[in-house]
Design a binder for this molecule. Structure first.
Ligand code: NAI
Ligand code: 13P
Length: 349
């Protein structure tokens, strides 16, 4: 099979190498000539995954047409801010039968679009998928056993991606809720920033567990309000990705949160990272959307206040802990029922 990967960052590089390990003929597109030369000569991406030996069958190029022309599957691993621009550049070289898969866990500001929706708008293709799951590129590089989801309502897309990437260290599960899988992948980045911040402030595992579980409740509430299926969040692309990103120092979003918790400002935290941390933008877009649609998201709103409103993280944590009592699993006991019942309790003041 011929596979194309657009993007020369850590995830694009990992995906290209998995497909090559799996026997595919792989082309990878990136803009940086020097990096193209390094990948082709040394089979190494010194900028994004310096310690990783890339399968020599991966051929890098700065030529978009050459990269995609023969490909059966095209993976797009470009940060959300540049995703549409790159798609517009590649569109003239695409064919209708090609499978187009986003690996990007971000949201486009204009219209709150997920990346596979951007692919749909730009190409009108009927073979679109989203790849999402607990997939830290640096761990894939070490061939740690990893699983992901190819989410698509198109069976051809699911089958091709499972065939292209499924191998002894990378297992590809199928899902048909593309929107839910992508939404989970994007939302979890918000809570990974909060988890990094909590860790830097010296909070423990009880705190992390509370944060992850309440994050799942908040993500589900958001999904339901948007008409999406919260059941998808029980899979690898939801809770799976939430766990890894909220727990690992390899996550860029976690690292941004950690730096903020140590007292660095946002600008310097991003600069030191030198890679994309989609959650920084996602928290803004999600909070805006939640405000407009009146969706209760105290964690995301609290994080927003810390990141952009100058509220100290410790003060925000205290305010959240002392906020209105709430329900554990809202699908079983609604929040409203809990707050109504408070009238029955004795006054503790
Ligand atoms: N790194 C990881 O562990 C994982 C990343 N992802 C997702 O993959 C997406 C891409 O991430 P990474 O590869 O990790 O990012 P990265 O920060 O490592 O690299 C981004 C790449 O995109 C390129 N790029 C940026 N703007 C561009 C433009 N206008 N035209 C062409 N190329 C451009 C950069 O030069 C760089 O090669 C992100 O949205 C992320 O959420 C998903 C799963 C795991
Ligand atoms: O999505 C990821 C792991 O599944 C990568 O997370 P970061 O973008 O925070 O590094």
């Amino acid at each position: 099979m011929q596979v194309a990967v657009l993007g020369g960052g850590s995830f694009g590089t990992a995906i290209a190498s998995i497909a090559a390990d799996n026997g595919a003929d792989v082309r990878q597109w990136l803009r940086d000539e020097a990096l193209v030369e390094q990948i082709n000569r040394e089979h190494r991406n010194g900028r994004y995954l310096p310690d990783y030996s890339i399968n020599p069958a991966v051929v890098a190029s700065t030529d978009l047409a050459e990269t995609v022309t023969e490909a059966a599957v095209v993976f797009i691993a470009i940060p959300s801010k540049a995703f549409r621009t790159v798609l517009q550049q590649v569109r003239p070289y695409l064919r209708p039968e090609q499978i187009l898969v986003s690996t990007t866990k971000g949201i486009e500001a204009d219209g709150f679009k997920l990346m596979s929706q951007v692919i749909e708008e730009e190409t009108g293709s009927s073979h679109i998928g989203a790849l999402s799951g607990p997939n830290l590129a640096a761990e894939i590089a070490q061939k740690h056993l990893t699983a992901t989801v190819i989410a698509s309502d198109d069976p051809v897309t699911r089958a091709y991606v499972q065939a292209a990437l499924g191998c002894s260290y990378f297992r590809v599960y199928a899902g048909n809720d593309r929107y839910g899988a992508e939404l989970g992948g994007s939302l979890k980045n918000i809570y990974a920033i909060a988890a990094g911040m909590a860790a830097a402030l010296g909070m423990g595992e009880n705190t992390r567990s509370m944060l992850m579980t309440r994050a799942l409740a908040e993500m589900s509430r958001f999904a339901v309000a948007l008409g999406a299926n919260p059941m998808t969040f029980l899979g690898l692309s939801g809770v799976g990705d939430l766990i890894v990103t909220c727990s690992s120092e390899l996550s860029r979003n976690y690292r941004v949160g950690y730096a903020l918790g140590q007292g660095h400002d946002l600008e310097s935290a991003i600069e030191v990272l030198g890679q994309v941390a989609e959650g920084v933008n996602t928290v803004k877009l999600v909070c805006e959307k939640a405000r407009r649609e009146d969706i209760y998201m105290p964690l995301a709103q609290g994080l927003y206040q810390v990141m952009f409103g100058g509220v100290p993280a410790k003060d925000m944590a205290k305010a959240l802990m002392e906020s209105e009592q709430s329900s554990d699993v809202e699908f079983m006991l609604s929040r409203e029922a809990v707050s109504r019942a408070h009238e029955l309790a004795p006054d503790s003041e």
